[in-house]
Design a protein around this ligand. Structure first.
Ligand SMILES: [Zn+2]
Length: 182
């Protein structure tokens, strides 16, 4: 299979995954769960549907009083709530990482308390905005680009680049010629 065909194929597959995820947003009842599992048997790990979360009591914690024990909530429902929020906010990095990590390493307390590290945000950002991962055309070192068009890691490399040098040379000479013509 050609690289292009492979990319086209994986794009079609990815859009199916996205569609399945939107269907999951509508899951409410046990019948919905059964139907979703029939259509997508391996979409989530098996343990996902049994996962339990212990919600933290709302409000400030008073150390003198014993903490009220709240009944555990189902993990998939909590995950679905975070997914709905992420969906409406166009998938912010932090929520996206919680969504990515929690079902395979089930988080026992509220999803909002799940620690998210900057390395996860960085990896995710580079996976979504692939153009950011570049190698400098001048020095060959890897760098994270701010704009899609950036080709050099720093102004120094930009200045050193032969292309820019050539363009400058051309411009300077053009200026000289026009000056001579005056
Ligand atoms: Zn460079």
């Amino acid at each position: 299979m050609s690289r292009k065909a492979k990319r086209r194929d994986s794009r079609r597959e990815s859009s199916l995954y996205a569609m399945a995820l939107s269907q999951f947003l509508k899951v409410r009842t046990t019948t919905d769960i059964t139907n979703f599992k029939l259509a997508w048997p391996t979409f989530f790990p098996d343990a996902f549907w049994q996962w339990q979360i212990n919600p933290a009591p709302p409000g400030p914690v008073d150390s003198d009083e014993p903490l009220p024990q709240l009944a555990p909530v189902s993990g998939w429902r909590a995950w679905q709530t975070v997914l709905r929020e992420a969906w409406s906010e166009k998938f912010p990095l932090t929520e996206t990482i919680r969504l990515l990590v929690s079902p395979t390493a089930p988080w026992r307390d509220e999803l909002a308390d799940m620690p998210v590290f900057d390395f996860q945000r960085a990896i995710l950002l580079l996976s979504v905005e692939r153009w950011r991962a570049k190698f400098c055309l001048q020095c060959g070192e890897p760098f994270a680009a701010e704009k899609p068009a950036t080709r050099f890691c720093n102004p120094e490399c930009f200045g050193l680049s032969r292309r820019v040098y050539k363009r400058q040379w051309f411009r300077e000479n053009l200026a000289k010629t026009t000056e001579r013509r005056k």
